[in-house]
Design a protein around this ligand. Structure first.
Ligand code: ZN
Length: 161
């Protein structure tokens, strides 16, 4: 047998580590570990991979399908079902806020505070309303109930002109 090469080029600059390798304990991982720990979630590989995508790039609005595509691009080999499950776990733990924009698709917001959104119909995009919306009166809850949350979504569509 003629073995020509004994070394294999280790880096090809093609992107992040592939699944299965121990990621370097960089600041991003530390931040995710802290977030998950504070939320009472065990830091599994899937949660860390998705946490890195969700929580290190500033305030984001994602769908499960969009995050799944990002995970694939980052070589994090997760199923769409795992992405759904993890997003739901993050939501239940208070790390994300679920926003149902059109009755079919949910967005997950990394800003869990109460704030209004624009939904761009037909474009599947959810963005924050920067300002210009104020409530002067919020109705009393029905007897025996309290207001749990207040969601405001302003639906936009392209002008036809
Ligand atoms: Zn938002």
């Amino acid at each position: 047998m003629d073995i020509q090469a004994t070394t294999i080029p280790a880096d090809d600059d093609s992107g992040p580590d592939v699944a299965g390798l121990e990621p370097a304990p960089d600041a991003g991982v530390q931040h995710c570990l802290l977030l998950l720990g504070n939320a009472g979630l065990r830091p599994t590989r899937q949660r860390l991979a998705l946490g890195r995508l969700l929580f290190l790039g500033g305030h984001r609005h994602v769908t499960a399908e969009g995050l799944y595509a990002e995970a694939m691009a980052a070589n994090a080999y997760l199923s769409l079902a795992t992405v759904y499950n993890t997003l739901n776990q993050f939501t239940e733990a208070g790390l994300l806020r679920r926003i149902a924009a059109d009755g079919i698709k949910s967005f997950f917001d990394t800003d869990t505070s109460v704030h209004p959104h624009f939904y761009l119909e037909g474009e599947d995009v959810l963005v924050d309303v920067a300002d210009g919306l104020a409530f002067t009166k919020i109705p009393e809850a029905l007897p025996g109930h309290e207001i749990a949350r207040l969601d405001v979504i302003v639906h936009l569509r392209r002008k036809r002109t």
